[in-house]
Write a protein that binds this ligand. Structure first.
Ligand code: EZ4
Ligand code: CO
Length: 402
């Protein structure tokens, strides 16, 4: 079998998605997600200008060889743009292999380790009272795990806390907006939020929280300690991921479980964090970390140290990327939990998929390959629209992490 053609489809049904479609002489094609929020065109160019010309003519069956050809052969290794492009190629080849063999991808990577995939829902309120109300709505809908985020008293507009019930998209049209941040107000508030939610919802519900990389290591240690009585399932990105040493300080002072890595792009970002057992969950999803091939490698390394997966699954991962994560979730022994933020309704016009969320669990059908398709005619109806993630400033104007 030979790869005959490959094209990049950039489409904006409600938000921008970059999808790779790889065609073969057998008539079978495969899809990969190449969406990198706010850097869509860079990944499209990486594919069109640099990877795809040397992909044409190769045998799609040789996934491991193609992966290493692009990873080791590039000379410039790693990087978000490069690894998202390699991920798209890799995922498309797994999709092709599944379709050719007539079996779902999870069957090619170990089969089912479970029947259903526990997901966590996003719960966000303007304040603590509204957050509690929305947690009740999520548990009524069957979710057993929720990520709680809330507006912070004294901070005007916080990233990740949308106004009202508008569909939440992490990027907004146009140039980056600027939001404000105040760690001291945040640290004073979050333990109170957890106390209220625990009191209202009892001990069983899994509570997660995303710090969005904003704290210094010692601030993160304080947060970890103060949240311990409410036994969170995890706190996510407590410090910026590039400071691996920061996790040592947090770990020395708190037993709060830690999830990290949605902005990572390879197993090498994790070597100290996993081998020193400084974290508990790996967030790097297949779509941003070299595809299914590299996600399996990262997960296998994590499993040796009893670290589990908790893949990123926000709406800027397309249905193709989410399906790739779900096939891994079903197959991996050290699966922990999967993030799930439903796509806007309009996304169904362009993509069709084979997963379904019921009562807080995700189920995958046994459709061969990934089980996701794209309608290219519909995709053309929604041309690319520039959108950006916001920039955070401290209340005195200093640019900060977020
Ligand atoms: O900020 O996906 O855990 N989820 C998140 C997301 C990310 C966006 C960035 O593109 O932190 O909301
Ligand atoms: Co996050």
């Amino acid at each position: 079998m030979k790869i005959t053609d490959a094209r990049v489809i950039v489409s904006c049904p409600g938000r921008n998605f970059v999808t790779l479609k790889v065609m073969t002489d057998g008539g079978v094609y495969g899809l990969g997600d190449a969406t990198l929020n706010g850097r869509e065109k860079a990944v499209a160019s990486c594919l069109e200008d640099h990877l795809l010309p040397s992909l044409i003519g190769r045998d799609p069956a040789n996934i491991e060889d193609v992966w290493h050809y692009f990873y080791k052969g590039a000379y410039w290794k790693r990087g978000g743009v490069n690894m998202a492009a390699i991920a798209a190629v890799d995922t498309a080849l797994w999709d092709i292999k599944g379709k050719v063999l007539g079996t779902p991808v999870y069957n090619l990577i170990g089969g089912r380790s479970r029947d259903r995939i526990m997901v966590y829902a996003h719960v966000t309120g303007g304040d603590a009272a509204e957050t509690v109300d929305r947690v009740h709505e999520a548990t009524a809908a069957g979710f057993r795990a929720v990520r709680i985020q809330s507006g912070i008293p004294g901070i005007d507009h916080t990233y990740g806390v949308p106004h009202g019930r508008a569909p939440y998209e992490p990027a907004e049209p146009g140039l980056p907006r600027e939001y404000f941040w105040d760690s001291s107000r945040y640290l004073n508030f979050i333990p109170k939020l957890f106390a209220r939610v625990r009191q209202a919802c009892g001990d069983e519900l899994h509570l997660l929280h995303d710090v969005h990389h904003r704290l210094t290591p010692v601030e993160a240690a304080r947060l970890g300690r103060e949240l311990e009585p409410f036994h969170p399932f995890w706190i996510e990105d407590p410090v910026s991921g590039e400071l691996q040493e920061g996790l040592r300080l947090l770990r020395a002072h708190s037993v709060v479980p830690v999830a990290i890595g949605e902005v990572f792009n390879s197993v090498y970002d994790y070597t100290a964090l996993i081998s020193e057992q400084l974290i508990d969950f790996v967030r790097l999803p297949p779509a941003h970390g070299g595809g299914i091939t590299h996600a399996l490698k990262t997960a296998a390394f994590a499993s040796i140290y009893h670290v589990q997966t908790g893949f990123h699954g926000a709406t800027d991962i397309s249905p193709v990327g989410l399906a790739a994560a779900l096939h891994c979730d079903l197959a991996l022994n050290n699966f922990g939990i999967q993030e799930y933020m439903p796509h806007q309704e309009v996304v169904r016009e362009v993509f069709s998929w084979n997963y379904e969320c019921r009562d807080g669990d995700m189920y995958l059908s046994d459709r061969p390959g990934l089980g996701v398709d794209i309608d290219e005619t519909k995709a053309k109806k929604y041309p690319y629209r520039p959108a950006s993630l916001p920039v955070n400033r401290k209340t005195d104007g200093t640019v900060s992490y977020w």
